[in-house]
Design a protein around this ligand. Structure first.
Ligand code: ARG
Length: 282
């Protein structure tokens, strides 16, 4: 057969199959050589909507570390907070059911990478290092790394941590940006010892009992922890200003687009601001 004849035959075959499919679309056939009438999951997306897959069909599985008020914390046995509500609103838009999994903060990125969760939403700061491991959505909030000290602490400003000959013991939550920055800026320079805890609240307990001299942590949980514990205060000077975003697997561009589009709509229509205002006083 010549080349064009082959092509013609192929076109005719496809046309026949298509008309067959059209005829049989109301009576599903069990014959395997008839094209399926149902749209497969990998169908080309229609204009404006991307076909995406999630770890569990019909669900949006979010990984977080629910020890970070007001972004995520327990109310009874439920995980609530800004991130939980934003994820709920995103899931609604995408027609998915939100499932929240609580884990160690430093397990979230790996869980995203290995496909255990769809979205890491945990007051997570966008950093260049993390960008190498996961994709980030647009930012939905600003975070500030602050320093918590005892009310009578000799540490009066962030500069005191950087002073020549400084040798403070600093409490942080493991693998958070508070940990990373103080490690690079201070411990690696011989200016401090970093004590790493699995939860921010544990670092704050260590501060209360005098095991550490200060705690470097995000401002909103810092306010919550200081409100719960007498004798502590937050220094006026800021250690670092950062952006929070959601982490999605690098292997799921379609899901990233879907989540980011939903998030941007929720930012534009004021939903995100409303959720934040519910938990944080202006
Ligand atoms: N913003 C900091 C970071 O990304 C701390 C986040 C901690 N979040 C949490 N849910 N424990 O490293």
């Amino acid at each position: 057969m010549k080349k064009y004849t082959k092509i013609l035959t192929a076109i005719l075959a496809v046309a026949m199959l298509l008309s067959l499919a059209a005829c049989s679309s109301k009576t599903p056939s069990t014959e395997s050589d008839v094209p399926a009438t149902e749209t497969p999951e990998t169908a080309a997306p229609e204009a404006g909507e991307a076909a995406f897959t999630t770890v569990n069909e019909g669900k949006l599985t979010m990984g977080t570390n629910a020890a970070f008020p007001p972004y995520e914390f327990y109310e009874g046995s439920n995980i609530v907070g800004i991130d939980a509500e934003i994820a709920g609103a995103i899931a609604d838009k995408l027609g998915l059911e939100l499932v929240i999994e609580d884990m160690e903060f430093d397990a979230i990125i790996t869980a995203v990478q290995t496909g255990k969760i769809d979205i890491g939403l945990a007051g997570m700061t966008v950093t260049d290092e993390r960008k190498e491991a996961v994709n980030f959505t647009s930012s939905y909030a600003t975070g500030v790394q602050v320093v918590i000290v005892a009310e009578d602490s000799p540490i009066a400003s962030v500069d005191d941590l950087f002073a020549e000959g400084a040798s403070h013991v600093i409490g942080v939550q493991r693998n958070t940006t508070g940990d990373l920055y103080t490690t690079w800026d201070l411990e690696d320079e011989g200016l401090a010892t970093i004590d790493r805890y699995s939860k921010g609240a544990e670092a704050v307990m260590a501060l209360k009992t005098g095991k550490v001299d200060c705690v470097v942590i995000d401002n909103e949980p810092a306010k919550a922890f200081v409100a719960e514990n007498e004798g502590l205060k937050i220094l006026d000077t800021e250690y670092a200003v950062e952006e929070y975003a959601a982490a999605v697997s690098k292997n799921n561009e379609a899901l990233l687009t879907a989540i980011d589009t939903a998030l941007q709509e929720l930012i534009a229509d004021g939903t995100v601001a409303e959720i934040i205002a519910k938990y944080i006083e202006a």
